[in-house]
Design a protein around this ligand. Sequence first.
Ligand SMILES: [Mg+2]
Length: 127
Amino acid sequence: MKLRLLIVDDEEDVELLFRQRLRKMSRDGQVELDFAFSGEQALDLLQQSAPPAITLILSDINMPGMSGFELLEKVKRDYPGLKVMMISAYDDHEHEKKARTLGADDFIPKPVDFKRLEERLHSLAEM
Ligand SMILES: [Mg+2]
């Protein structure tokens, strides 16, 4: 199964980073990448494609406007089948616990360990 990822982060540099680091998986047709630079923009993108073509959201937590936690809550309420992975510079138990309580499927600290992320994406793609 091809994974369609929506990466949400207010730092626009992440687009280049993810495009570079996931280049092999993209080239092999295993993933397709979409980007949003705010929670609001992410929700707009999801609404444009009903049923959502996105299979997995990877979201930053700390963003101006809608936080990653707010986005997570709305996505889990409106698109319960969609998986959400939180990515955060706060690598601490409290943030991870809150993310899991709100329904996050996974929690990855920043800077992203792309080798580990790829392994997780491969196992999701096999589901
Ligand atoms: Mg941020």
